[in-house]
Ligand binder design. Structure first.
Ligand SMILES: [Zn+2]
Length: 273
């Protein structure tokens, strides 16, 4: 039984500020260790439930955050960037029995969610598919769902967990902190968070027959950009239509096409910020 884990940093217990998530700061190595331990806790929970293979995708920043010596030797890791499918890399390759999203955060514009953003905060104001605002969990779940892989677990702050339940339907969530503001929270002790994540992952994998692959009826992508200059830049992408001063739209033929268009917008948009 194959389990896939995508792990981000902003939703990890003990992380509340962007400085912790940025390479080169005094706090960064500690945050990498916290992130690694939560990924490992989810992997251990999956193994507890009978997983025979666990693939961990390092999904934050330059995607070289995981501390290998702290990971169970049974896992394999997708490390480094660029990866064509970024936080969802590997989900496009094959069907997994279940996907787990660990350390995730709220979509751009979410109140009381630690470090809310969608893929790139300085570029993206909001992403909608079929008219629905999607956070990163929703977007990555679309890639998983296109291959028949359901998402069974999301961990992060309480607001993010609620947002993902509303978006993805029934699944296990583990709340590890409660935001006071965008960069302040009441957080569980990381050791307690790991215990809950291990138990949550185990439960999600044991119940894997219950979770349904995520899909949306129509794959119309709309992206609100932060500035008009970003819209100027991304409007030249083939197939992209500018529908408002700061908004572009793209009619995707399938999930791969949609996800590639989104990442192209994010990366090209990032060259003018
Ligand atoms: Zn991140």
């Amino acid at each position: 039984m194959q389990v896939y884990i995508s792990v981000d940093m902003e939703g990890v217990a003990g992380v509340v500020h962007g400085d912790q998530c940025r390479r080169g700061t005094a706090e960064f190595d500690d945050a990498c260790a916290l992130m690694t331990e939560e990924a490992n806790a989810a992997a251990l929970g999956a193994f507890d439930a009978g997983a025979t293979a666990v693939l961990v995708n390092d999904s934050h920043g330059d995607m070289r955050n995981l501390v290998f010596d702290r990971l169970d030797p049974r896992v394999s890791v997708l490390s480094g960037s660029l990866k064509p499918y970024s936080m969802a890399e590997g989900l496009q390759e094959e069907r997994h029995d279940l996907a787990l999203f660990v350390g995730y955060h709220g979509g751009a514009g979410t109140r009381d969610a630690i470090l809310d953003h969608t893929y790139r905060g300085v570029v993206v104001y909001e992403v909608r598919v079929d008219g629905r605002p999607l956070n990163e969990a929703g977007l990555n779940a679309l890639v998983a769902g296109s291959r028949g892989t359901p998402v069974g677990l999301v961990t992060g702050d309480a607001t993010t967990c609620a947002q993902c339940r509303a978006l993805l339907g029934e699944l296990v969530t583990v709340e590890v902190k409660w935001a006071v503001g965008r960069a302040s929270a009441r957080t569980l002790h990381p050791v307690r968070a790991r215990e809950l994540i291990r138990a949550g992952a185990r439960s999600a994998v044991e119940q894997r027959a219950r979770w349904r692959p995520f899909s949306l009826p129509r794959l119309g992508l709309e992206v609100d950009l932060v500035h008009t200059a970003i819209a100027d830049a991304v409007a030249i992408i083939p197939g992209v239509v500018r529908t408002a001063a700061r908004t572009v739209a793209y009619d995707a033929r399938d999930v791969d096409d949609l996800f590639r268009a989104l990442l192209t917008i994010v990366r090209l948009g990032g060259t003018v910020v």
